[in-house]
Design a protein around this ligand. Structure first.
Ligand SMILES: [Zn+2]
Length: 298
């Protein structure tokens, strides 16, 4: 089954719901970064919530980037998703396998709580909108819920989970987010509280074979399905993209690469693709760089 995000509303529009199945995209991320189970779960949860947030974007070029660093062994986790359903991300340490006594993966211990969750919303304007909150538990779902409440004034429940087999294969991944819209009634608030109390872990529901739409209807009987969107692991980098990135380097840095390395090798931090550039290409960039520097000095 391919990954998808279903958007719905319930209680006459007072509750907005997103349910996602992201098993395949988290598996692709796991393979790209060769993740051990706890790193895979931490990255997978972040990718899933970020993909859900991006499913509300109106234009394909818009982007949402989430960055988490809680001072734990996982280091920095970054997830980026665009309005077309393309999702990518990375984690500083992909080699973590930390479990609790009951065998569950301990994402909170891997991420830590001494740091921030930051969200950048790039709407194609000059400066992206950014908001940050202090990490609450490092479990990621709770941290995003806190972000929605504090930074976007939207009371939210965020369920997100990744089930990983002992051989590190992703068995099931998904998310369920429900949010109270402004002016929600006491009845809608109580309904959401009841769902929060009774809800099974979303990764378990995905593993049992339930579709995102079924998961929504399981808890919100009157839900109206508004939209279904595809999501996928996709980096989108290219040789040209990183060639352009080289053009932004200083003349001194370029000179050093030419004289010491006789070329450049760039590894995309998101997908692991390696691009190589010859000494001649670097010289070409350096010439252009110097011409520009002379122009701005004049
Ligand atoms: Zn890439």
């Amino acid at each position: 089954m391919k990954d998808e995000i279903v958007i719905a509303s319930a209680m006459g529009g007072q509750v907005r719901i997103h349910a996602a199945r992201t098993t395949e995209l988290v598996e692709q991320a796991r393979l790209a970064h060769v993740c051990m189970p706890t790193s895979a779960a931490a990255l997978g949860r972040t990718l899933t919530v970020t993909a859900i947030m991006a499913s509300d974007l109106k234009n394909g070029y818009e982007k949402i980037t989430a960055m988490i660093n809680g001072g734990g062994p996982a280091g920095t986790i970054i997830a980026q998703a665009d309005g077309k359903g393309n999702v990518k991300g990375l984690i500083s340490d992909p080699n973590l396998y930390i479990a609790r006594e009951d065998g569950h993966l301990d994402v909170g211990a891997a991420v830590g709580t001494n740091g921030m969750l930051s969200i950048a919303r790039d709407m194609g304007m000059k400066e992206p909108f950014t908001g940050s909150v202090k990490l609450q538990t490092g479990e990621i779902g709770d941290d995003f819920a806190y972000y929605f409440a504090l930074s976007e004034q939207t009371p939210s429940a965020v369920g997100v989970g990744v089930l990983v087999d002992p051989d590190s294969t992703i068995r099931a991944a998904g998310g369920l987010i429900y949010q109270l819209m402004p002016g929600a009634s006491e009845e809608a608030i109580e309904k959401c509280e009841e769902v929060a109390r009774t809800q099974k872990p979303v990764s378990q529901l995905i593993d049992e074979g339930h579709t995102p739409e079924e998961i929504i209807r399981m808890y919100f009987e009157d839900a109206d399905i508004l939209e279904t969107r595809d999501v996928r692991w996709y980096c989108g980098c290219s040789r040209e993209h990183y060639f352009d990135a080289l053009r932004t380097l200083s003349a001194d840095d370029l000179k050093e690469m030419i004289e010491e390395d006789h070329g450049a090798e760039i590894r995309c931090q998101y997908c692991g693709s390696v691009y190589t550039y010859t000494e001649e290409e670097l010289k070409e960039i350096l010439e252009a760089r110097r011409a520009e520097d002379r122009k701005s000095a004049a």
